[in-house]
Design a binder for this molecule. Structure first.
Ligand SMILES: *Cc1c(COP(=O)(O)O)cnc(C)c1O
Length: 370
């Protein structure tokens, strides 16, 4: 019967298109758009997502690892792919699949130069990352002479872009720090281009950078397309539509008399008559135990039902004492209206962690544009 339900993560491509166009509308028409689809498209379903973004006209993709780039190439994606955090052990595969590495240190530059030599490639596209304050990955200004000298000596690599990453572009309290990162990057860009003899693509902004620092778009921006609201959720932009909906179903309803307990370790003890519903999703599906003990909630017929007791591996229980509902009814964890950031906040995390934790065994369902 078609109205039987199960746990499903829905990906709404109409919302993805909307977000892509909305973010593009913030850019000068010359500025390129790189779609960040790491972690299987922020936990969604990377192949249909990337195919849709390719159709919409994204100029670039970025993934974190070489393995993620291979998935895209095997799916027929032909758009250039930047690999943000490649490792030397994967450089052969990187070249085989025409993936473009982010070169962030002397060690990585030397290893990749060697790999390019041994694969007999010419002018292989690479990207040079500078650290301007995040202190995670990247060269510093003092490395520029060394980098350009390496490139000119070996002549097997070609710099497609230079990039840096903002540490707190969503945080208005950190505006001075972000401005400083932008100024440092401008200086680096000028020196690097002058030393190299040409200006590659230049990019620093992520999604909240695009919205909050319009003068720092340079010649490209990078964005997770506001897949779930966006970023650390502190400056959620109402114009971005969350792309993912996580739904499940009520498997069984139980009525607890005062004194009865619920779930493992008898973590919840009823002090009054309590009605609970058991839902087929647990910590092995990505709903962490942190959401238990009434920290997380779901919507049942639009009403908030708290996750009660401990979250189990394959299921969790919610309190539906005041909500008229029946077995087989739908339960919403988050959707376009109640974004993942809302649920995540209650457990002291961010939507990105909640979404990227949704396990592969949760069925993905792509809702096409109509
Ligand atoms: C993840 C990531 C992005 C995308 O950030 P959003 O805030 O999701 O747009 C951009 N650049 C780098 C280097 C990243 O790691």
């Amino acid at each position: 019967m078609s109205n039987f339900k199960e746990t499903v993560l829905e990906i709404n491509l109409a919302h993805l298109s909307h977000n892509f166009k909305y973010l593009k509308s913030k850019l000068h028409p010359e500025v390129k758009f790189l779609s960040v689809v790491k972690a299987s498209g922020y936990g969604s379903d990377v192949v249909p997502l990337a195919k849709h973004l390719e159709k919409l006209g994204t100029d670039y993709f970025a993934v974190a690892y070489v393995s993620e780039g291979i998935v895209l190439r095997n799916a027929g994606i032909t758009t250039p792919i930047l690999v943000l955090h490649p490792q030397p052990v994967n450089f052969a595969a990187c070249i085989e699949y025409r993936l473009e590495p982010n070169i962030y240190s002397k060690r990585i530059l030397e290893c990749f130069t060697e790999a390019a030599h041994s694969h007999n490639v010419q002018e292989y596209p690479i990207h040079i990352k500078f650290n301007t304050g995040l202190n995670r990955l990247g060269f510093i200004a003092d490395d520029i002479a060394y980098i350009v000298q390496q490139l000119n000596t070996h002549k097997v690599l070609s710099v497609q872009s230079i990039l840096s990453h903002l540490a707190a572009s969503e945080d208005h309290k950190e505006r001075d720090f972000t401005r400083q990162q932008i100024e440092v990057f401008k200086k680096i860009t000028a020196t690097f281009s002058a030393t190299l003899g040409y200006t590659p693509i230049v990019h620093q902004c992520n999604t909240s950078g695009i919205l909050n620092y319009p003068d720092a778009h340079f010649s490209m921006v990078r964005s997770g397309i506001g897949l779930y609201g966006y970023g650390n959720d502190t400056t959620y932009d109402v114009n971005l539509k969350p792309v993912a909906t996580l739904k499940s179903v009520i498997s069984q309803i139980h009525e607890l008399a005062p004194g009865e307990t619920l779930g493992y370790n008898r973590a919840f003890k009823a002090t009054k008559k309590t009605i609970t519903a058991t839902i087929p999703i647990g910590h092995a599906d990505g709903i962490s135990r942190q959401y238990g003990m009434r920290k997380g909630f779901v919507l049942v017929h639009g009403k908030r039902a708290y996750i009660t007791g401990n979250v189990c591996m394959d299921m969790l229980m919610i309190d539906i004492t005041d909500i008229p509902c029946k077995e087989g009814d739908e339960v919403i964890f988050f959707d376009a209206h109640t974004g993942a950031n809302n649920m995540a906040e209650h457990a002291g995390t961010i939507s990105y962690e909640l979404l990227t934790a949704i396990a592969p065994r949760v069925k993905r369902k792509v809702i096409d544009e109509i």
